[in-house]
Design a protein around this ligand. Structure first.
Ligand SMILES: C[S@@+](CC[C@H](N)C(=O)[O-])C[C@H]1O[C@@H](n2cnc3c(N)ncnc32)[C@H](O)[C@@H]1O
Length: 485
């Protein structure tokens, strides 16, 4: 029986890390050790050094690596995994992309780390439902993975009950041909998809991965080293159209400093878009629309909003000594939010902040996914400026993140109670009703928002932190109305 020492395992772990980007927790370390024993037996080898040589001399597409991949990389997936993200794709992201590409009628989507293809076909189903003349479109949905066994299943497009868990019968009947508990995807969907073996850590991407409208890379980063994630994100930036979208699993990019992407927070997901050019001021706080980061901590403090003082002037400038102000702006520009928080906290060692500092801290914490302190600073800001709307909008977003739609509605209704012309509050409320499938209510709120926008200057910023202008809101409403009609 061969002896496998800790240094042996470390060498293999490093090699796997270099090739595939995997990081190893204690449990995975044990799994690697077991796998190495099994492989030595399978290959009839006595020494780990020999096994290492075989690995070094093979590509990851050869059986020796593939067995390792099957053993170490979890290919778990199923249709419409994570309903909230798919709901967001169905109600917002895909309709927007379809609208944008309506003249050239082409769309390129990519499921990176697609396992056996469930995510790829789920996208195909959504597109089929959303595009009435889909046969006149040129649509490609790429599915790529390092696991060739999983890709073979994807190619075949045949799934068992477990892959379709949670799905209703109607969906199965519409898009699959079923034989007992086996379900074969229909050819009309198969025509839109292409599967390719691809290691996301390869130094370059094949040429076809260009001008991509949407990349889904979910449940892939969780087991990868930070450096590997950074490399993959650089590929994604290159592959995406400038106005394309990247969706990862919830919280998979938390704690990473993202220089190439800006995050948008929506109900149902955090979504990324390529960062076009460095911005120079607090507009970096962009938080357009509602959010859901699956924040798992304690709920928001139970507290109503007291709205009785003059409205906060969004043009108010943060007043710090000049040097600190420019330092703060630089940190924010480079998305060093934790350092920006430390700087602001340093400014006032006794913890006494003014309204703007509380609000800035709230947004910084929100960007880091730290919602309880973000909510705390919103409430503190409101203590100082009771009728200010921006902290209310942020609180409503945080409530949405925590799945508390009713709390979000309550906060937005409070804004409207004191300012019946708050177009953005009508619009945000409409988004909640859309999420609740109450289209009628949603539309009437959206129309109200639209009517209120008529009297405003297009460049007017409605929410300084989301940098939502009247123009943007117009565009959003127009896209939706065009799709509905
Ligand atoms: C848990 S599955 C996720 C499947 C699907 N995206 C989902 O969310 O349901 C993760 C997949 O990522 C793949 N993967 C891991 N590292 C990869 C890499 N370096 N390049 C390409 N695929 C990778 C694994 O083989 C596995 O099939």
């Amino acid at each position: 029986m061969p002896v496998v020492t800790l240094p042996d395992i470390q060498k293999i772990r490093d090699l796997v890390g270099d090739h595939l980007g995997f990081s190893f927790s204690a449990i995975e370390h044990q799994r690697l050790e077991k796998t190495v024993y099994r492989e030595l037996e399978h290959l009839n080898l006595d020494l780990v050094a020999e096994y290492l040589t075989v690995l070094q001399m093979s590509t990851i597409w050869e059986p020796v690596w593939q067995r390792l991949i099957v053993s170490l990389a979890n290919p778990e997936s199923y249709f419409f995994r994570d309903q909230s993200q798919f709901e967001l794709l169905r109600s917002k992201i895909l309709p927007e992309l379809i609208q944008r590409r309506a003249s050239e009628k082409t769309l390129k989507l990519w499921s990176a780390g697609c396992a056996a293809g469930e995510e790829v076909y789920s996208l195909a189903i959504l597109l089929k439902e959303l595009i009435s003349d889909i046969d006149t479109w040129q649509i490609t949905i790429f599915g790529t993975d390092i696991n060739t066994e999983a890709l073979a299943i994807a190619e075949k497009g045949e799934y068992g009950e477990f892959s379709l868990r949670l799905q209703d019968l109607a969906l199965c009947e519409q898009h699959f041909t079923s034989d007992g508990d086996r379900h074969q995807i229909k050819p009309e969907l198969r025509q839109f998809v292409e599967f390719h073996p691809l290691n996301l850590l390869d130094s370059t991407l094949p040429e076809c991965f260009q001008d991509i409208d949407l990349i889904l890379c979910r449940h892939v980063f969780i087991h990868l080293e930070t450096q590997a994630i950074a490399k993959i994100l650089a590929h994604f930036k290159q592959a995406l159209r400038p106005d394309g979208y990247l969706i990862t699993g919830h919280s998979e990019l938390y704690g990473l400093t993202l220089t190439d992407f800006r995050a948008h927070i929506y109900a149902g997901s955090l979504i990324y878009q390529p960062q076009l050019e460095p911005q120079s001021n607090l507009a970096m706080f962009s938080l357009p629309s509602f959010t859901n980061l699956q924040w798992q901590s304690s709920p928001l403090p139970e507290r109503g909003l007291k709205l009785s003082d003059p409205i906060f002037d969004p043009n108010q400038v943060v007043q710090y000594p000049n040097q600190s102000q420019s330092q703060l702006n630089t940190l924010i520009r480079h998305r060093r939010y934790a350092q920006a928080i430390a700087l602001l906290e340093q400014q006032s060692s006794n913890g006494q902040y003014n309204f703007q500092t509380h609000y800035t801290l709230a947004c910084l914490h929100a960007h880091l996914g730290q919602y309880p302190p973000a909510a705390h600073h919103c409430y503190q800001a409101l203590e100082l400026n009771h009728m200010s709307e921006p902290p209310c909008y942020l609180l409503a977003q945080i409530a949405m993140i925590q799945g508390e739609k009713d709390e979000a509605k309550r906060i937005l209704l409070q804004i409207l109670f004191f300012n019946t012309e708050a177009a953005l509050a009508y619009y945000d409320l409409a988004q909640i009703y859309y999420l609740e499938n109450d289209g009628e209510h949603a539309q009437s709120l959206e129309q109200k928002a639209f009517a209120l926008l008529q009297d405003l200057d297009l460049d007017q910023v409605l929410d300084p932190f989301r940098q939502y202008t009247v123009q943007q809101l117009y565009d959003e409403i127009n896209v939706r109305q065009a799709l509905i009609s």
